[in-house]
Design a protein around this ligand. Structure first.
Ligand code: PSU
Ligand code: MN
Length: 309
């Protein structure tokens, strides 16, 4: 969408405005990881580290967040620091209108981040793990809003799979039904966040950053809405074993059995870190960084591919 048509409550930083108008590669980053996904102040430090990682690979980071009802594309360090406050909301796509109206401040999840990124004209977004279909969803109906959002927004999303607390088989089935294009990077297996292999085959495989850009361009020319989801396995040296992850997830779910809604994911991630003596947290940081790096390489290709022609 041309920028002049953007609603008045969306604010692009001068750097992002300039980058988009000169076809400079841009990588959108989420901010729920600062407000809710990681302990404070690790989340804030990590967000700064991810921006550095993107710049080191010749792309411009656009961290997306909500500040007093303004949807920021390229939020500054001061604005991001406010996300560690107790009043910060966890903002999914459906919460955006309420956040605007209530002039709220908060971190955006994948669903809200890609909604805003698409409006701004950004083609690539990087996260740790997408939300998915939760284990036990046949009873709780807990399916992350990230999934239908991926079916609606035209963007490349780089992740290490779905969060380890999800039912990967059901998550893959949902993505199939919803028409989300899914490819693992450099592997035939669908990764499992902290672990390299979820036990499921990846729907498709790509081996070059350019492949992701060409696929999104083709998806758009076919008139298909929705995302290209690139599943990038955690680097081997940082990966945890599938058994360790499975046992920790079982214990975390038991600990958080009375937590529901948007609070559940942050509670489970915290419990996992406690149970594993911080090993899941260290793995989370490593995969976030690896995804930001791959996203930068893909953004460089996307900036060259004529994606919006
Ligand atoms: N994965 C993580 N840490 C996180 C999230 C995902 O390792 O903090 C966040 C992302 O912002 C994702 C959101 O979009 O959790 C999904 O939350 P829910 O399951 O409540 O939809
Ligand atoms: Mn949920």
């Amino acid at each position: 969408m041309p920028e002049r048509d953007l609603p008045e409550f969306i604010h692009l930083s001068p750097e992002i405005r300039d980058a988009l108008s000169t076809a400079t590669p841009v990588v959108a980053l989420e901010s729920a990881v600062i407000s809710h996904g990681l302990p404070h102040p690790t989340g804030l430090d990590t967000a700064a580290g991810l921006e550095t990682e993107v710049r080191a690979h010749s792309a411009v980071p656009a961290t997306i967040a909500v500040s007093e009802g303004r949807l920021l594309v390229g939020a500054g360090a001061g604005e991001l620091a406010r996300l560690t406050g107790p009043e910060a909301w966890k903002i999914a796509e459906r919460d955006l209108p309420v956040a605007v109206a209530a002039r709220a401040t908060g971190g955006t999840t994948v669903s809200a981040t890609i909604a805003i990124a698409q409006m701004a004209g950004i083609d690539v977004m990087s996260t740790g793990g997408i939300g998915g279909v939760h284990l036990g969803a046949e009873h709780t109906w807990d399916v992350s809003a990230d999934l239908p959002a991926l079916a609606r927004h035209s963007i490349i999303v780089i992740c290490a799979g779905a969060k380890a607390i999800c039912d990967i088989a059901k998550t893959l089935e949902y993505l199939d039904t919803a028409g989300v294009t899914v490819a693992a990077f450099g592997t035939d297996r669908f990764p499992n966040f902290y672990a390299v292999d979820s036990g499921r085959a990846a729907p498709r495989r790509i081996d070059e950053p350019r492949d992701a850009a060409v696929i999104l361009a083709a998806k758009r020319r076919l008139g298909q809405p929705g995302a290209v989801l690139v599943a990038n396995p955690i680097p081997h040296e940082s990966a945890l074993s599938a058994d360790l992850v499975r046992e920790a997830v079982e214990r975390a779910i038991a600990q958080a059995k009375d937590v529901h809604g948007g609070e559940l994911t942050p509670a489970l991630l915290n419990a996992l870190s406690d149970i594993t003596g911080g090993r899941t947290l260290r793995a989370n940081l490593a995969l976030l960084r690896a995804n930001a790096r791959l996203a930068s390489l893909i953004a460089r290709e996307a900036a060259q591919e004529s994606l919006r022609g």
